[in-house]
Design a protein around this ligand. Structure first.
Ligand SMILES: [Fe+2]
Length: 401
């Protein structure tokens, strides 16, 4: 008892952004997760964003909260820090208690990792998960990874949440060799919003507002060498954001070289840069002079550019375009679809039947999953996996549940 009291009193000393479970998936910004909150559809849908990434290559991940007749439905959980919970509790006071938490993806680790903690934060909520959940290194029952059997349900197998005003559409399941890919999208009929996880994104040139709290990742990557100090201007934030998007989309973009160790360390440990924040001046990247030209077709200049995320196109759907087109056909038929809210990048963005039809045409008639330019690294990764028999040849078989 005494020990519990001590733990509780110590907890109060932690900042409200503290995330204790970060070692489970040790991504930047590790144990401190700032939350950005925004109303996405007036009085109906809200977004919470936190950063997640590697080596300052961090992009926001979004939790979407939908008002239901019974309270609130959470889609794609995020680490429930005190800061995030405080905002959620105030939403509960206005609109009712959280009654369901949805994990709509079988593969997106960044979305799965905080489901148990979110479940504990809302002990009365029903938990819904995408079929085919897996755990690593051993396949464990859901109850062993923190999802109590008594209130956990599997989408489709055990019914669907709020099905009178939400339509649930599955993309996949596909056996991609390395595991199962499936995500379930939610079409919220009252607002016309389609809520997806990773399948579609809209990327714009302005950095997300979340970076206003700490623009360090943008400024770090806006430099051309480790001996340059971190300067903060709107232009440099945009430059850094464009490079982060290139990294996150293609892992190793075309217009990027890795300098020699001699060059990297020759530019490091300069006066004023001997801090952890600047990684002691170690910047092992060299962007080519014309690097900006490689953002064409990826980042929209005046509005978010709608697309299938390149990693998904090249590593998940390279030989399953048909499945993606089938899913888009289902979306085209949704009545009253107006906007797209995905778990990454800009939201909400315009997405009606016509936009969806245009995207379908573009995908159908343009070269799919290329292996040149920015796509070279992703293409070689896929070809190697194919050669080793890790990923299946055309067509990727559907898993039968
Ligand atoms: Fe994701």
């Amino acid at each position: 008892m005494k020990k519990d009291l001590q733990i509780n009193s110590n907890k109060k000393d932690f900042p409200p952004q503290n995330w204790f479970w970060w070692p489970l998936l040790p991504l930047y910004p590790y144990g401190s997760r700032k939350t950005y909150f925004k109303e996405l559809v007036a009085n109906q849908i809200w977004g919470f964003e936190q950063l997640q990434g590697l080596y300052y290559v961090a992009v926001p991940v979004r939790l979407t909260v939908v008002k239901t007749p019974g309270g609130l439905m959470l889609i794609n959980p995020l680490p429930p820090t005190d800061e995030l919970l405080k905002i959620l509790r105030s939403l509960e006071q206005q609109h009712g208690a959280v009654d369901s938490i949805i994990l709509p993806t079988a593969s997106g680790l960044e979305h799965k990792i905080s489901m148990p903690a979110m479940a504990r934060a809302f002990p009365k909520a029903t938990l819904w998960v995408c079929p085919g959940q897996w755990s690593f290194p051993f396949q464990l029952p859901l109850s062993w990874i923190g999802l109590p059997k008594s209130r956990t349900k599997v989408l489709f197998d055990d019914g669907l949440p709020n099905s009178d005003f939400c339509e649930w559409i599955s993309l996949g399941p596909l056996d991609i060799g390395l595991g199962r890919f499936q995500e379930v999208s939610c079409f919220h009929k009252p607002s016309g919003a389609l809520i997806v996880t990773d399948a579609l994104v809209g990327i714009e040139s302005d950095p997300p507002e979340l970076f206003d709290f700490d623009p360090t990742p943008l400024l770090f990557h806006a430099r051309d060498s480790g001996n340059e100090p971190l300067k903060d201007t709107p232009e440099l934030r945009k430059k850094g954001w464009a490079r982060l998007v290139l990294f996150a989309s293609f892992l190793k973009p075309q217009k990027l070289s890795i300098p020699s160790l001699l060059e990297t360390f020759g530019n490091s440990f300069k006066p004023g840069l001997r801090t952890l924040k600047t990684h002691f001046g170690i910047y092992p990247f060299k962007w080519h002079k014309d690097w900006e030209s490689s953002t064409k077709g990826l980042i929209g200049q005046n509005q978010p550019l709608l697309q299938v995320a390149p990693v998904l196109e090249r590593l998940v759907f390279p030989r399953a375009k048909k499945e993606l087109l089938k899913w888009l056909d289902n979306l085209i038929n949704l009545k009253g679809m107006k906007t797209l809210i995905s778990a990454h990048y800009s939201a909400p963005i315009v997405f009606d039947a016509q936009t969806c039809e245009d995207l379908r045409k573009k995908i159908n008639f343009s070269k799919w999953a290329p292996s040149n330019g920015n796509w070279t690294f992703l293409g070689s990764l896929d070809k190697n996996l194919l050669k080793k028999g890790v990923v299946p040849r055309n067509p990727i078989p559907l898993i039968k549940d």
